[in-house]
Design a protein around this ligand. Sequence first.
Ligand code: SAH
Ligand code: SF4
Length: 381
Amino acid sequence: MTHPTSLLDLTHAELADLLAGWGQPRFRADQVWDWLYRKLATDPAGMTNLPAALRDRLAAETTIDPLTRVHEQRSADGQTIKWLFRLPDGNTIETVLMFYDDTGASARPRRTVCISSQAGCAMGCVFCATGQAGLARNLSAGEIVAQALYTARWLRDPLQDLTGLQFQDLTGLQRPVRSDDRLTNVVVMGMGEPLANYERAWQALRTINDPAGFNLGARHITLSTVGLPQGIRRMAGEPLQINLAVSLHAPNDALREKLVPVNSRYPIAELLAAVRAYIGRTNRRVTFEYALMAGINDMPALAHELAALLAGHWCHVNLIPLNPVAEYPFQPTPPHQAAAFQAILEQGGIPTTMRTRRGIDIDAGCGQLRRRLNQTRQNQT
Ligand code: SAH
Ligand code: SF4
């Protein structure tokens, strides 16, 4: 038996080829694309404007949603929801939905989903739960896109999928459902290094952006990388101009090597050269992420060093209070010291934001939920 085709893994052109090979007219691909990415269908049986024979063939020879929800967890304030999904081969990934309602009177409330690009990660950053677990495999384009689709469906109807819900989770369902609730932002900041899975991650983002389908604007999409220079240079040439965030975490090679091991292969000078090339070509401002770890990378002298390093770059720094990972010694910088670090950067002319700490009660750091559930499972066996 041949393997069923995963529809979300196909580009629009590949879908058209598949259906043309089945003897279907060209417009059928547009209809199926519309069902998948606008109407968010998960079952060909509901694609009512297709001929019954085509629906049957799609049902027999293709699959749509590769995600099975195995766990859902909500922060106490209801503003963060984390899902653990099982993939068809048994690997698990995390996806996090964050609500930002206090965006000011004029701005639309944001619903941001943080999606994974790999099951695990090979980069081994010492403060990251995903990095500690190693890489299982790359996600396919469809597995990446499916996380955004799931979220959009959930926002449309939070009660449609109750699998994996614990009884206590049902209390979180009190969140009022807004009729205009929809996904506004996608950030590729979940598990994995997207530029180590470049082709598939970018195919997924093009699909998410496609005006004929999911139609999320490039300015509402952000990709976060550990800092792979070739990938950053390649991104600079992409017609789709999404936001780039680079996980820096230290202002010099000696310290960065200890926190982000890949720095020994791609030192800061090489990384920043790629970032400058990116800015030069795209004229877009780059974000540097810096997770503040108490006594490790949060000293005032390092803030001065960081300001000097980034001076003259079209950038801003996003300071992130570390999410502590159980069994690892790193702790977040206390708020007053984080504020002092931020003040030094600002005085040095580097625009800075402090990311609010999200869902600390739900293992919000990437890889943490999967890690805890795996441990629980191991303890049970
Ligand atoms: N691999 C990519 C994207 C996924 S990680 C990258 O490294 O950028 C997304 C962000 O979460 C990165 O900035 C990463 O450094 C940060 N991160 C990882 N573990 C964290 C933790 N325990 N606390 C705070 N931020 C963390
Ligand atoms: Fe991988 Fe990013 Fe975690 Fe580093 S921080 S291990 S690159 S997911």
